[in-house]
Design a protein around this ligand. Sequence first.
Ligand SMILES: Cc1cc2nc3c(=O)[nH]c(=O)nc-3n(C[C@H](O)[C@H](O)[C@H](O)COP(=O)(O)OP(=O)(O)OC[C@H]3O[C@@H](n4cnc5c(N)ncnc54)[C@H](O)[C@@H]3O)c2cc1C
Ligand code: FES
Length: 288
Amino acid sequence: MFPIRSRKEIAPKTVLLHVEAPLVARKVEPGQFVIVRVNEEGERIPLSISGWDRRAGTIRLVVQGVGRTSYEILDLQEGQGFQDVVGPLGKPTEIKFYGTCVLIGGGYGGGAIIPMAERLKELGNTVIGILGARSSELLIMAEELSQACHQLHISTNDGSRGVKGMVTDVLSELLKSQAVNYVVGVGPIPMMAAIAEMTRPFRIRTHVSLNALMMDGIGMCGACRVTVGGKSYFACVDGPEFDGHQVDFDEIAQRLTIYREEEKIAADLYLQRKETACRSLSSVTKSA
Ligand SMILES: Cc1cc2nc3c(=O)[nH]c(=O)nc-3n(C[C@H](O)[C@H](O)[C@H](O)COP(=O)(O)OP(=O)(O)OC[C@H]3O[C@@H](n4cnc5c(N)ncnc54)[C@H](O)[C@@H]3O)c2cc1C
Ligand code: FES
């Protein structure tokens, strides 16, 4: 088992976990991910590694509940753990001296960009972070990201914190006011597609981390096939980062919906079973 050493709820349906996985912690580089399985019957899901402590042998994961397996992970407590943690997987982010780098995170992407920001800063780049969410309560890892970057800009759709609008509104202002040499986006597909469209006219090197459906994570099953520059790649071994100007975002968005019906049934069943278990536990407690 891979035990959870600490667990904190950092936003609604979102937890920050420190998990003991010494072999992963020893080798991981920014941009890489793990594939985890909660238990023997469990589904394997990919999660970005948002930090690590090589000496303690732990990795940091940010998990957002969107379906059956991520809900199961939200329910894990300190001391419990994962059946499997496989990794580090994927190619690390291409990190070198670029000049001014803008790293943009939406959703769990706010955690995923932290190791990239830290390493780019160490190499002498000027690192600007942009973190976005629908509202302030959904913003995650703002403090950690602000320490990793030279500047951090925040946007919320409802204006409850930072600029009212989207991360692309902040990016648009930045592109007007200064030269930018490298942009990385990690988050929902529409966000990454919009970022790539904004930087295209400026010909700024733009990488996006593709959250394709994954199963084995080692290039064998084909689940994570993506099209980049007209060619097929497997996001798990050839990515997850690709040139955003070459990615076929419509195809990925469409492939993510393939199992929507089955995913909904699985999530509903899990939540129903959990509710029934909670109800019977509370009736046992009352009668005792
Ligand atoms: C390289 C990589 C890194 C990732 N890092 C993180 C992370 O750090 N934290 C985190 O919370 N999530 C991350 N994800 C997304 C996460 O893997 C999915 O949310 C998860 O697999 C959903 O499984 P589920 O059983 O909970 O939901 P499902 O029932 O499988 O799906 C529920 C909903 O989520 C969508 N979905 C399913 N799989 C994915 C996917 N791979 N990417 C995006 N949407 C998906 C489905 O279309 C559906 O609408 C990452 C994905 C990839 C490929
Ligand atoms: S997840 Fe199977 S080939 Fe990438």
